[in-house]
Design a protein around this ligand. Structure first.
Ligand code: SAH
Length: 456
């Protein structure tokens, strides 16, 4: 039987929203057929216009709200609100936290087919704004002028704005200043379509506990024209500046940073503290964007690792050694693996910086390095993974299953791949014990969770 949609494009219909999708759109059902409508909230009655009616589901636009959810908050006018990557800002923070917690619970049951695991109430922030320590702002041209700001959703059109509500003010100020300097000096913006021009991105990173600022200027060209003048003006106008870096990315790609970096002024790294541990962070290294919640997350990871001082620990996807150094304080030794060589250099430097000498770091893919270690007879009592959104590679999961560490701690920024990987571990002899969602990214749809997994 061929399924047809009960609605057609351009229909105006009245609906009641029943749920939210993982990217925060309202879900209305018409005779069981789901229509996804940005800005609709569960429980709300509304008039919508159907924009697209596919076979299995459709999309709509909100035309009129007949009533309002108790979780709806007024969104002030302005482009930062419209485009700032803050998809949940129309939901009260309490509502956002409930949405994220529910999402973790449901995805683990639905995709992971997990039963009787314990999930704790999500840990949120007291002040869920201005928390980000890093911005990467795309640069373009409009009417002969250099512009920089946000991409409009699902497009490559840049909205020229200096405001972001979730960035730390020092980050906003830094981006704004560099933008003005480049504009005044007539630096040519990058033209994405033609793959011509010079300046592609301005990146700013701020160490919240140290007040140190890094600027990275990403160009298509190997040279950054007028670099001495740019440096001179940045140093004059931004007193917290500690590092100015030039990064070359000559490829046609959505990836922001290229592989080549050159320090134009100051240090190669900036410093920041998480808890008592000091971290050196270089331009290419991953560093959590919400340092306050990072402490909450790592404390939980440490608790779940349950260390007594006797354990050998492997930290896969270790970045600059953040979790490794946290764990090293309570473990016999920690072995970190990470694919970005610069991050491994940072990790080694960070161990030294903190006088921690029971860690070793290796550059390479976790799914290659850890199986090699295992073949040589190196085992871990506790294994921590903190992979990117795509989750763990299957070869790594298989090695974990063979190696049988007593405990696995999984830090995840994507509940769907987390659920998939937990299922594999459960089938391989592990049990998901506890799940702690942590809100690392207020106002956005991103969901983070840390999970304690033990041998059955
Ligand atoms: N645990 C660190 C980093 C987590 S982000 C922290 O909390 O700061 C994920 C890290 O995995 C990134 O640093 C990324 O460079 C790295 N990575 C991505 N794919 C990898 C792979 N296949 N093997 C090892 N590391 C990888």
């Amino acid at each position: 039987m061929k399924k047809t949609a009960p609605v057609a494009k351009n229909d105006f219909i009245d609906v009641v929203f029943e749920d939210l999708t993982h990217d925060g759109a309202g879900v209305a059902k018409v005779d069981g057929y789901p229509v996804f409508v940005p800005n609709g909230l569960p429980g709300e009655k509304a008039k919508i216009k159907v924009i697209k009616a596919g076979k299995g589901y459709g999309f709509g636009r909100l035309i009129e709200l007949y009533d309002k959810s108790e979780y709806r908050v007024e969104v002030p006018e302005g482009e930062a609100h419209k485009y700032g990557g803050t998809q949940l800002k129309h939901i009260s923070y309490e509502g956002q936290l409930q949405f994220k917690e529910k999402q973790v619970r449901e995805v683990l049951s639905r995709i992971g087919k997990l039963e009787d695991f314990k999930i704790h109430p999500i840990l949120g922030m007291e002040e869920p704004w201005q928390y980000r320590n890093k911005a990467q702002v795309p640069v373009g041209e409009k009417d002969g002028k250099l512009i920089a700001g946000f991409f409009k959703p699902r497009s490559h059109e840049i909205v020229d704005t200096n405001e972001s509500l979730i960035q730390h003010p020092a980050v906003n100020e830094a981006v704004q200043t560099v933008k003005e300097i480049c504009s005044q000096l007539g630096i040519q913006p990058y033209d994405e379509e033609a793959h011509k021009g010079v300046l592609r991105h301005i990146m700013a990173r701020y160490g919240k506990t140290t007040g140190e600022l890094m600027i990275v200027m990403v160009t298509r060209t190997t040279e950054l024209p007028q670099k001495n003048k740019i440096v001179e003006q940045i140093v004059t106008r931004l007193p917290h500046i500690k590092s100015i870096v030039h990064n070359v990315n000559s490829k046609r790609t959505n990836v922001i940073l290229g592989e080549k970096t050159k320090v134009l002024w100051g240090n190669e790294v900036i410093y920041d503290f998480i808890g008592d541990i000091k971290f050196a962070i270089s331009a290419l290294s991953f560093y959590q964007v919400n340092p306050d919640q990072t402490k909450v997350l790592y404390d939980k990871a440490l608790e779940y690792a349950g260390l007594t001082g006797e354990e050998s620990v492997i930290d896969a996807y270790c970045g600059i050694g953040t979790i490794s150094l946290f764990l090293a304080q309570k473990a016999k030794n920690v072995f970190g693996v990470e694919v970005v060589p610069e991050a491994i250099e940072d990790a080694r430097r960070n161990a030294q910086l903190n006088g921690i000498n029971n860690t070793e770091f290796a550059a390479g893919e976790a799914e290659v390095v850890i199986p090699e270690w295992y073949k040589k007879g190196n085992k871990a009592d506790v294994l921590v993974v903190d992979p990117p959104r795509k989750g763990c590679d299957e070869a790594l999961l298989q090695t974990i299953i063979d190696m049988k560490p007593k405990k696995v701690v999984y830090v995840s920024c994507n509940p769907a791949t987390l659920a998939r990987d937990l299922r594999i571990l459960e089938d391989g002899g592990y049990k998901t014990v506890e799940v702690q969602p942590v809100d690392m990214f207020p106002q956005t749809t991103h969901v983070e969770a840390v999970v304690k997994i033990a041998l059955k």
